[in-house]
Design a protein around this ligand. Structure first.
Ligand SMILES: Nc1ncnc2c1ncn2[C@@H]1O[C@H](COP(=O)(O)OP(=O)(O)OP(=O)(O)O)[C@@H](O)[C@H]1O
Ligand SMILES: [Mg+2]
Length: 358
């Protein structure tokens, strides 16, 4: 029997649950001439929500991950490449004819796909204006949806890229933008700071964990296939108790529980064995991550693992400002998340720390 849980890649269709409110809201934004800003910690389900919503909308979309972009030229080239992946060269070539500086088209020797490159020294603003004008043209008949993932990276690509992009994007009529990001502080800085060019550019959607009752139904329905209903419900409760409804870790643990049960583990031990197995599988990564931490980070993480929801900055025996900067760094790297309180993102890493240092 196929394991019905999926983690690590975008999920939609039968692997997707809940997010009804967010999906409806996102759909309404996309059905109007507005833009959406989607923020959540890593692996909370931004890409999955967008994939599920787009799958039902049947609109054309183009998606670019800003983390993979190395420069402004590269952004312009990538936009053209993505447009070409969906439309014939003839059509895109027609738009290129109007470019003020026409890029060179060549064929990538490895992928066999056409690629664009602008000549060194080309004015960045002109280059980006021209590339974005292709997206605007593609949305002429029906508004196109353009998704920029990890949008906060624009500031690392070039400090003036926010100003340039805003000046281009605000003039466009045929595009709905979805701007996503997992660095909450940076995303808020871009969209909520009055002086930022992107101040109030779109409607903010903040993605939370999946509500417990819905996630429980999702897990129970699937675990039901390999054990009696009452056991499936108990297993679901145990899984969610450990993962606190984090979408990724819940699917990861449920996958392992299913596997344990299929391998003959009794329902009573299935969750604890699955947790143990996952911690063992990640032992090497966790050790390496730990070794790279400075002493304050380690002290903060140990307190977090020990006190969990009761963690307070004062509980770490170090100056408040030092602990605060450490938390900031840990949040920035996605190891800690701040929801209602500070907590470790990964419950398996939390357990690993408990096993090693408490
Ligand atoms: N609505 C959902 N229903 C069930 N599982 C989900 C849902 N959303 C996310 N997940 C689980 O979480 C994992 C991560 O989801 P996704 O990649 O969409 O998150 P993300 O926020 O885009 O992550 P990243 O920050 O890494 O880009 C999925 O592989 C899946 O296991
Ligand atoms: Mg994603």
């Amino acid at each position: 029997m196929e394991n019905p849980f999926k983690f690590g890649t975008v999920v939609n269709g039968k692997y997707f649950t809940d997010r009804k409110k967010e999906q409806l809201f996102l759909t309404q934004i996309l059905n109007s001439p507005n833009h959406a800003i989607l923020i959540s910690p890593r692996r909370f389900g931004k890409s999955s929500l967008v994939a599920q919503t787009l799958g039902e909308s049947h609109r054309e979309s183009i998606s670019i991950n800003m983390q993979a972009i190395t420069s402004m030229d590269n952004l312009a080239e990538t936009i053209l490449k993505r447009a070409l992946a969906k439309h014939p060269l003839q059509k895109i070539g027609h738009y290129l004819a109007n470019f003020r500086i026409v890029p060179t088209v060549s064929v990538n020797q490895i992928s066999g796909q056409p690629e664009f490159s602008f000549h060194a020294g080309t004015d960045h603003q002109i280059m980006l204006e021209d590339a974005f004008s292709v997206l605007e043209q593609l949305g002429k008949k029906e508004r196109i949806i353009v998704i920029f993932d990890e949008f906060q990276e624009i500031l690392k690509i070039n400090p003036s890229l926010d100003r340039i992009l805003r000046s281009i994007m605000q003039e466009q009529q045929n595009i709905n933008y979805i701007l996503m990001g997992s660095q909450e502080d940076m995303m808020k800085n871009i969209f909520l700071r009055k002086k930022s060019p992107f101040y109030h550019f779109g409607t903010l959607i903040h993605l939370d964990r999946i509500p417990r009752s819905d996630f429980k139904n999702y897990l129970t329905e699937r675990l039901d296939e390999i054990c009696p209903r009452a056991s499936a419900e108990e297993l679901s409760d145990e899984i969610l108790q450990f993962t606190t409804c984090h979408p990724y870790y819940t699917q990861q643990l449920a996958f392992q529980v299913w596997y344990q049960m299929q391998s003959g583990t009794a329902a009573k031990q299935a969750v604890s064995e699955a947790i143990e197995q996952i911690v063992i599988m990640h032992d090497f990564d966790y050790s390496r991550l730990w070794d790279a931490m400075n002493l304050t980070n380690k002290a903060v993480l140990i307190k977090l693992a020990m006190l969990q929801t009761d963690f307070e900055i004062a509980s770490v025996n170090q100056p408040t400002s030092t602990v605060f900067s450490s938390l900031k760094r840990l949040i920035h790297s996605g190891i800690v998340i701040k929801d209602k309180h500070y907590e470790l993102d990964d419950p398996f890493f939390c357990l690993w720390i408990q096993q090693h240092f408490l």
